[in-house]
Design a protein around this ligand. Sequence first.
Ligand code: CR6
Length: 826
Amino acid sequence: MDARTSTVSPEAAQDHEPSPALDATEFVRVFTNELQYTRGVTLPQASNQDKYIALVRTVLRPLIDRWQATQARQAEQNGKTVAYLSAEYLLGPQTGNALLSTGLEDTAREALSTLDIDLDELIAHEIEPGLGNGGLGRLAACFIDSLATKDISAIGYGIRYNYGIFRQTFVNGHQVEQPDTWMSHGTPWEITHPELAQPIGFAGRVEDTINSAGQPARKWVPGWYVQAVPCNYLVPGYGTDTVNTLRLWSARAADEFNLHIFNSGDFENAVRARTYAENISNVLYPEDSTPQGKELRLQQQYFFVAASIRDLVARTLERGVSYADLPQHITFQLNDTHPVVGIPELMRLLVDDHELEWDDAWSITREIFNYTCHTLLPEALEVWPVDLFGRLLPRHLEIIYRINEEFLNEVRLNTGNELLVRQMSIIQEQPFRAVRMAHLATVGSRRVNGVAALHSQLLKDNVLKDFSAYWPDKFTNVTNGVTPRRFVRLSNPELSDLLNDAIGTGWVRDLSQLSQLEPLADDSGFLEQFALVKAHNKSRIAAVLAARDGIELPSDAIYDVMVKRLHEYKRQSLKLLHVVSLYARVLAGTLNAEDIEPRVVVFGAKAAPGYRMAKETIALINAVAARINNAPELQGRLKIAFPANYNVTLAEKLIPAADLSEQISLAGKEASGTGNMKFALNGALTVGTLDGANVEIHELVGDENFFLFGMTEPDAESLAQAGYVPSKFYEKDADLKLAIDLIASGAFSNGDRSAFESIVSDWLWHDRFMALADFRSYLDIQTKVEEKYRDKAAWNRSAVLNVARTGFFSSDRSIQDYLDRIWMEK
Ligand code: CR6
């Protein structure tokens, strides 16, 4: 059957690819002009850096035209603007995406080749802005892409960190962090407006005052200020004219901050004062899902939220919108609790600065904010000690106390339940007095959502149970999604071509069209082409890893990939136990190496610098890799590849090459996951637990196209209740025992039994995330993986069905759900 004609409806086949804004001749002219007048070099003099900057500036031109037209159009429409407030945006490289949305890739390639310049080399010159830790920051980046693609008037607000997520290196197998100098090649994508900086106050005192109506009021007199400088990034939609804005704030010392110190001749202290203020946007905290209660972090949060809220509220009021109508024109989406200080800040702005009545301000505020919770781990819920909070934001603490008092009075009145009052309080009393940011967010928001069906259910049943009983309608679900532009169209051009030929190009903007592939899963010609794409992507990543890390990958093996932040709950150690157990059984003679289906296990993971267990797990993975990669018994059978510094740039090359996607967290712990979606969309089969969005992936692709294993969330809960004793699992499972004993024996540490002692004892005596309890089930499912992989046709069929059935996981669909259930919901 000819794939080209088999399933295409004329409509779906319509060409949605953007048409280029410049032709090749014009491209050459603009490009050389940029070299000449912004870099001051001729073509023969130009370095790669010069050429990269000139390329960016050339591609920016049509985008800026579209951007300005978008702003004019959105101001004229005077509708509702979605403001996404997020402390993190893990953007990934910009160049490829800008070429895609301008339709200029082919033109640029052709134009540059006439100048003897290789486009790919310039694309590779970019250092990605890694202004996020992991899933939450990458989700924010996918969402702003979808907001633009869906022509929604939206703005992303965040922080322009000078140093994003650290660069990971390995020294003797141990993680060593290096500063991320993403700005060292300049920031050509950014348009900065120092003249529009806004002063943001901190600390100081609160005074009694009389407002303009002669009423007693409160007034905050900050102790010091810092300037928030807006740095704009363009966010182009795909296949549309919309270009939205991502506005990241950079901290600059206010001049008055140190002028008098300078004038007194104390230069050292003057500079120190500047440095203190500018420190605010200097570095991204590298903890993922485990907040550190550091004062600088609260400074960062207030800094960007205060600047963002003032920015958007001022613009909206300037258009003649009344205070009461603000909720019809603005919605602030809180990406986790990091921006929740925005709730008391808007109250302060309305009550203190704009002199609204408290009750009016409160009803406006509660209509404007919505809160997305991204976790289930109790330790991941932010709390701020009241003394720290009060020192930095004294007026905000007063406001929070009043919000809390009124709220608790209401609960008391409605329920008469004093225990409930304490449980729901925004202020925790034990073990220390602190502001519970998730409670503040829930009380101050119109809607609260979780990020996958299971997660939203568990939020209602556990984490925010009292609140969902009190306000059942406040809670909803929006399952996460990923942008098909970056994670299929750009990162997997071979698959994209195959899809375009089979079902037309409409899928890039409407991923549900992937369902048209369904019949092709039984088309042997199509399956062969699909397999060729996978093989191509494997050799592409092999070339990347050879050049980047000196890692050699076999071309014919199961590419078994586990890439995500290193966390105990994600259970990289369970994956490692699987590998070690194969080796241990070969050594023990209970498994014939020839019977192992050739496999390369690829890890990519950064550990938070202060997270000891995570760092030791990295060291153990590297130690096991060093041993088994050189073990003569395993040559051509089993290999571990652990490239350092996994980031978006690497993800784009690695995910399309994967056969097997490892999503093996303990059920009930991973809120959603988004890597899981990227893999499935690129035709990897998932081995996973019923956790996060795996539940929905499993449901959609069907049990026969998914390797399901492990305990369910209720199973894990009852095991915990019954008293989990991991050593019992060790005692009764000979393969598990063999694997752990091999590690404990020093086999991976030159005989040093103490090297991994803390991991081994944690497994035996603690194992909070029950890796040992799921080990047998995991091993068994991996045997099924091998069996299935031997049947190439069956495997490829399942892989195609994964692509065909996971169109639901587009971030365009997530954004539509936010519109329907939250932003535009009446
Ligand atoms: N760590 C969740 O753990 C989810 C993302 C985005 C996380 C992860 O399951 O996919 O958010 N949570 O919703 C937090 O960051 C608090 C994450 O990335």
